[in-house]
Design a protein around this ligand. Structure first.
Ligand code: NDP
Length: 256
């Protein structure tokens, strides 16, 4: 029931593109307030405008406040200083969507660049942990809240050339499962969404800007859209308080 989202405040990392941007627009439509985080401020502005238009067109009775914060999730000092950049009225976050991340290269183990290893672990794992640490303290103090982490099928079904990326997503899975058990006696909910192939900038980044190589990945199958994943995230968030969607695998119909 989407009305359960009315007036909720949702913090989304990696909100400047792809799944994060689509999620921002969907939550705005559902009557939520938003805090949108990413490194590209100009892109965040565009997403905020689209989210605001979606909120208006849905004529939602609540929500509609949007704060954007230019932030690199790998920078602990920036994460610690987050609240100083968020208006007072938006500091009681109800839902954290830990989405920022990506794959940098599709290389065999001997060929992976050190900087790509560092970027993937710093973003996909350490960044997600930093944001969770910041929010979970609040959630525990308020005895409420929902952490939604974006893992990947890659964390469960590793593939050749994806070793480090797959390892980061396996780490997201282990971290999320542990957190779920940590808060099991509280109303705090913890969800992991594990998508298969989604057509976003992800594939272009993975192939270091080579769009034709990036597109080839989708040969013979229809990839998911960012909106497909946003719907799963919003669906998990809109369950009644006694229901926790622990894990969701969502794959293109012709990906196994
Ligand atoms: P995109 O590349 O389209 O979006 C990635 C987002 O993460 C961007 O908004 C980017 O913003 C942000 N981001 C990257 N690094 C940082 C950083 N250091 N600090 C803050 N924000 C950052 O990819 P997707 O939307 O596809 O990916 C979103 C999530 O979904 C990722 O965790 C990815 O691993 C996961 N996923 C994607 C799949 C796919 O096939 N697309 C499949 C399974 C999982 P900016 O550059 O402005 O900082």
């Amino acid at each position: 029931n989407a009305s359960r989202l009315l007036g909720k405040t949702v913090l989304i990392t990696g909100a400047s593109a792809g799944i994060g941007a689509a999620t921002a627009i969907l939550f705005a439509k559902a009557g939520c307030n938003l805090i949108l985080l990413a490194r590209r401020a100009d892109q965040l502005e565009k997403v905020a405008e689209a989210a605001s238009a979606a909120h208006k067109s849905a004529a939602a009775q609540q929500g509609g406040q949007i704060a954007i914060v230019q932030l690199d999730v790998t920078d602990r000092a920036q994460v610690s200083a987050l609240w100083s950049k968020v208006p007072q009225g938006l500091r009681n976050v109800d839902i954290l969507v830990n989405n920022a991340g990506g794959a940098h290269g599709i290389d065999r183990v001997g060929d992976i660049q050190d900087k790509d290893i560092d970027t993937m672990f710093a973003t996909n794992v350490l960044g997600l942990i930093s944001l969770t640490q910041l929010l979970i303290k609040d959630f525990k103090a308020r005895n409420a809240g929902h952490v939604i982490n974006i893992g990947s099928i890659a964390g469960r079904e590793p593939y050749v050339g994806g070793s480090v990326y797959c390892a980061t997503k396996a780490a997201v899975h282990a971290f999320t499962s542990s957190l779920l058990r940590e808060v099991v006696d509280t109303p705090i909910r913890v969800t992991e969404i594990q998508p298969g192939m989604v057509e976003t900038e992800f594939s272009i980044i993975r192939y270091r800007g080579d769009k034709s190589a990036a597109d080839k990945v989708y040969d013979g199958l229809q990839p998911l859209t960012a909106e497909d994943i946003a719907e799963e995230i919003a669906w998990a968030a809109a369950r009644p308080p006694h229901v926790n969607i622990a894990e969701v695998f969502v794959l293109p119909a012709n990906q196994a």
